[in-house]
Design a protein around this ligand. Sequence first.
Ligand SMILES: [Zn+2]
Length: 304
Amino acid sequence: MTAVAARAEMAGPDTLRLGTAVIHRLADIERIGWPAAAIFRDLTGTALADAAASYPGAVDAAAGTLALTFNSYIIDMPGHLVLIDAGIGNGKERPDRPAWHRRTGDFMQRLRALGYQPDDFDLVINTHLHADHVGWNTTGSGQDWRPAFPNARYIVPKQELAHWSALFASDKHTLHGAYADSVQPILDAGLYEAVDTPSEIVPGLRLEPAPGHTGGMAVVRLIADGGQLLFLADVLHSPVQLATPQLTSNFCVDPAQACATRRRLLDACAGTDTIVATYHFPPPVFGTIVKAGEGYKLNPVDAV
Ligand SMILES: [Zn+2]
């Protein structure tokens, strides 16, 4: 008998069902207009106009901005409740990033509205430690920051933690201040588990190396009932990069490696039924990948 992969289907506007796993998209910030040249220094003039024609929902050529979203994901799977990446957080001092400074968002209220409590989570995964991926690791104020998910193991790639902790030793403002208020408190609480990549975290949930954006970044693969879902973290920042995969963000520490990682992962997904989930795209975020010309296209999972 041939095993048939679980069918992926949308179970709500932001909810995907993959076999016995339910995955919710939970955005900390939904669609913020970010100057295009601040994300991709090569995306100007005609290239920006072309991108706007192809991705009207993600590019505003007149304003010269790209729509960025910050999507955490909740995986509700048998025996485990997992948060992948942790947004920007509330009340964090980020004076050099105005959109992230002293936020008062309703991320936790919306998490609870989905039927979960922070205490229910047994895993939080930081794909990398940039400030827009670790904010909800902690809640608090002033100098007092505590784990927001006190019963969770916080998983981080070993190389990623080693890199930023070495920088923090000489620069307390590392990661715009996020190391001090969103990483160090997790270390102090003894909740971090730094893992090699690749690693299997629990059966069916893996971290895989995806270097280039940062040296230690990982992507997360969920295998549920034969179906696969790959959380791409910052392998992509905008749908514009699907058609133009050589376009690498200004935030990537090693642009050539980031591009090679993007190609490798998208090539591996192309033409398969692996679903990808992207961190910075506005919806649609769940889809399969097909090759299209020199690049790729996302075929969104059909909405319900
Ligand atoms: Zn990011």
